[in-house]
Ligand binder design. Structure first.
Ligand code: EPZ
Length: 406
């Protein structure tokens, strides 16, 4: 089964690993590229299942997308005649296809995107997206699982997000970038990927101010010119390899990071981060929060590390309502984790043991890889396709650090 990982545990990771471009910046910039008036070239987009699906979606919609010799990604939307709907089958594979809502409304005032099915980590509704695009003048109909949006009298608007949703903030910035007038998004998400989107749009001639703070102001412009742009490194991938060093008792130099993006998970960092495992792992209490709080995407990897910590740790998941599915799998490896609602109580154990486990979502899969590196014996991770969605060349990178993985 090509989507099964087999990992022999007990080997410390040693060496250096180069972090790839950020999945969650690449996906939104690929959507935003359809608003440009020519060929956009994106550098540093990771080649992972999610970006490959996004390439297929773009081609299906009529914007030709392809990887170039130098590894960069070319996206060239047609002058006109681009479809205003995302292909249903493909967009079911990728929640991030909902980012075409704002990009299509910004480009051609019409969009049909599928409401994401309840995914593994929670219901993930789009009520904040809908409220925002309505405020900007789109008429919305929900019809057989799709959002049908038609821009009628679009105009700038002041929008308050009840929750600092990353996707809603991104959709609204993209739509507002081409909507006449001044728009203000309050309680906006502040993730670095939002800042990357704003920098990208501004490099195309947009007027987006305040990204990275909770108030983003956008002055609509009539056209966005195509150009070349390099996306930021993936802070979650970096955090995952940092935990890899700690959990396996190794020493890893993690290269190509932006230190400030890692402050939520590291006290002190400098260019390139050398992580040396301590003699023991100490317990910790963690709450996930929107940026700059501890990232929800690092919750599962951290849970794996804390399962072998000395003492008891408490992790509270405040962002998604169902993001503890890997707990049962970790317990099958000898962890002692108890769930009480959105809180996981982790009683550290001296060791984990190899087992056959199953990945339920991307970051849960990453947590199982980390646990397998530390475990005694061999671990088989089924449904590993989830892991390939978000970690470029994870087998090559871990093998390069001395892991025995296939
Ligand atoms: C983005 O998802 C990321 N995905 C996720 O990364 C990440 O976990 C998440 O932000 C939080 O940081 C991409 O960028 C492609 P949200 P998104 O809208 O935009 C609720 C990974 O592992 N909500 O900030 O879908 C929602 O239900 C992925 O790389 C509403 O209630 O996240 C959730 O509980 C997983 N109504 C919370 O907000 C809405 O209209 C956060 O969701 C929208 C969201």
């Amino acid at each position: 089964m090509q989507d099964t990982l087999v990992i022999e545990g007990g080997l410390p990771l040693r060496g250096r690993v180069r972090i790839s471009g950020a999945k969650n910046a690449g996906l939104v910039l690929m959507a935003a590229s359809i608003m440009a008036d020519g060929e956009t070239i994106l550098d540093n987009v990771p080649r992972i299942c999610d970006t490959e699906v996004m390439v297929d979606i773009l081609n299906e919609m009529g914007a030709s997308a392809h990887w170039r010799e130098d590894g960069s990604l070319s996206i060239h939307p047609p002058q006109d005649g681009m479809k205003h709907w995302t292909p249903l089958e493909l967009s079911k594979k990728l929640r991030a296809s909902n980012l075409f809502l704002g990009a299509l409304l910004g480009r051609q005032g019409q969009a049909v995107v599928s409401l994401p099915g309840g995914c593994d980590i929670g219901s993930r509704p789009m009520d904040l997206h809908v409220k925002g695009v309505r405020a900007l003048g789109a008429e919305i109909e929900i019809d057989n699982g799709c959002i049908h949006a038609q821009a009628v009298e679009t105009h700038g608007a002041r929008i308050y997000l009840d929750f600092p949703s990353v996707g809603a903030t991104e959709n609204l910035i993209m739509m507002a970038a081409k909507t006449p007038g001044l728009s203000i998004i309050e309680n906006a998400a502040k993730e670095p990927e939002i800042v990357d989107l704003a920098n990208f749009l501004n490099s195309m001639g947009a007027k987006v101010r305040g990204a990275g703070t909770d108030v983003v102001k956008i002055e609509g412009v009539s056209r966005l010119k195509a150009g070349r742009y390099s996306i930021i490194p993936d802070r979650i991938e970096a955090g995952t390899y940092m935990i890899g060093a700690a959990i396996s008792g190794g020493e890893v130099l993690v290269e190509n990071v932006i230190p400030t993006h890692l402050h939520p998970i590291m006290e002190e960092t400098d260019q390139g981060i050398l992580v040396k495992a301590g003699r023991t792992v100490l317990h910790a209490d963690i709450k996930t929060l929107p940026y700059p709080g501890f990232p929800t995407d690092m919750q599962s990897p951290m849970l794996a590390l804390l399962s072998i910590a000395q003492g008891t740790s408490v992790i509270v998941e405040n962002v998604f309502e169902n993001r503890f599915q890997m707990v049962e799998e970790l317990n099958r490896m000898g962890a002692r984790i108890r769930l009480e609602g959105q809180t996981a109580i982790v009683e550290g154990v001296p060791a984990l043991y190899g087992a056959t486990v199953r990945a339920t979502d991307l970051r849960a899969g990453a947590a199982l890889v980390l646990a397998a590196l530390a475990a005694r014996g061999e671990t088989v991770i089924e449904n590993a396709i989830h892991i390939f969605r978000g970690y470029e060349d994870i087998i090559g990178k871990l093998t390069g650090l001395g892991a025995r993985i296939k």
